[in-house]
Ligand binder design. Structure first.
Ligand SMILES: *Cc1c(COP(=O)(O)O)cnc(C)c1O
Length: 394
């Protein structure tokens, strides 16, 4: 009897979920690099376009390789539907835009990836959508921000770059009482360690560029959620505005998913050890890592995350010290990506968050001494030596 893939363990879903074999019986998923599809008869084309026959029409609407990626990720997330996008930002943009219209209002946590902040502060207002930012750890702030026209909440948890944690279940409850949908950017937690839909979120977004690829090759994104919300909110905007994921990139990401659990688990073990190395060093004023007992929201972490993730943030007290640390690294790259097999570190206030005005940076606690490090798959022995030497030199 055929098994239901939804009953499989996570690791099995990642390797086999969504596989749709061609008649050749290939072991590795086929890469269908085709824009269009042909129909046997004019009547068949008519049925395809009417939706009576659910087959493929055009790559902007769907593609067999892209669909394998969507189905695998949906299975992992426990979502009814997944739509892949060309980048994480396309996913965030469509996820929000599909929920609002002129006159509506969005509430968002104020510690957000820089481009997400741009979409909310600069882009949405052009179309008559108002934004309120809140301290995402303050449940009363979410409640107080609600207006009669609030349609969406957006939260990133852990947030970039200081790994602030939001109680997803509590914020989902506030959103639903307000008649709004909760969108969670789950990039930092990864689909391995946090399942926002199970916690009550309506929509989850990913930058697949990060841990899902995890090997520095392609951009990609995904939006996941339940039906009919996914179809009602996103089907037409995706078809007609065209942020489709390339099937080539979908294929790379499918192969990325096969090893993601292994990679993310090992990277997280390394990150926990590196966080302790940094925490024990005299040069580090503060270290923030979700799985450490001294994380300010450790209780919420214990409730909603099954692992601390691959990113560590720490304060060396000044820009000079942070730069000396980065410049003294030998193995770890200075780079703004994260979730990669290669460890990398960045100085957020002059790179990823430089477009954020200083007073907003200070609001989220981002002073110039902070460094964000994404821990990779190198030996933790070598990483410890590299980081320790760079801290000595800071
Ligand atoms: C990288 C990132 C994005 C944007 O993803 P791209 O694939 O670079 O477009 C959005 N949210 C978070 C939290 C990210 O880290």
């Amino acid at each position: 009897m055929a098994e239901d893939p939804r009953d499989w363990q996570q690791e099995t879903k990642l390797v086999r979920g969504g596989m749709a074999r061609s008649p050749y019986g290939e072991i590795s998923e086929a890469l269908y690099l085709t824009q269009s599809f042909s129909y046997d008869t004019a009547g068949a084309a008519d049925k395809r376009f009417s939706g009576e026959d659910p087959g493929f029409i055009y790559q902007r609407f769907g593609n067999p390789t892209t669909q394998m990626f969507e189905d695998r990720l949906a299975l992992l997330e426990g979502a009814e539907a997944c739509r892949a996008t060309a980048s994480g930002m396309a996913a965030v943009h469509v996820a929000l835009q599909g929920l609002v219209r002129a006159g509506d209002h969005i509430v968002a946590g104020r510690a957000l990836f820089g481009s997400c902040r741009w979409i909310l502060s600069e882009w949405m207002p052009r179309f008559g959508v108002d934004i309120t930012y809140v301290d995402a750890t303050d449940l009363d702030a979410w409640k107080n921000a609600v207006r009669p026209n609030t349609k969406a909440f957006l939260v990133e948890t852990p947030a970039n770059p200081l790994l602030e944690i939001t109680d997803v279940a509590a914020v989902a409850k506030i959103a639903h009482e307000a008649g709004a949908k909760l969108v969670v950017d789950n990039v930092f937690a990864t689909p391995i360690f946090q399942k926002p839909l199970a916690l009550g979120a309506d929509i989850v977004v990913y930058s697949a560029t990060k841990h899902i690829d995890g090997q520095g090759r392609v951009l990609g994104g995904a939006i996941l959620g339940a039906e009919p919300l996914m179809t009602e909110s996103y089907k037409d905007i995706l078809r007609h505005t065209g942020p489709a994921l390339s099937p080539f990139n979908a294929w790379v990401l499918l192969k990325g998913l096969e090893t993601m659990e292994l990679r993310v688990t090992r990277q997280t073990e390394n990150a926990a050890k590196i966080a302790d190395v940094i925490g024990a060093h005299a040069k580090a004023k503060t270290v923030l890592y979700p799985a450490r007992a001294d994380h300010p929201q450790a209780e919420i972490v214990a409730k909603q995350m099954s692992g601390g993730g691959t990113v560590v943030a720490f304060d060396l007290g000044s820009r000079e010290a942070a730069w000396r640390f980065l410049d003294a690294l030998d193995i770890v790259d200075i780079s703004n990506n994260l979730g990669d097999a290669k460890s990398m570190a960045t100085h957020p206030s002059t790179t990823t968050h430089r477009s954020m005005p200083e007073e907003q940076r200070l609001e989220i606690g981002l002073t110039e001494g902070w460094v964000r490090m994404s821990v990779g798959l190198e030996s933790v022995i070598d990483l410890t030596r590299d980081v320790s030497r760079a801290l000595d030199g800071a």
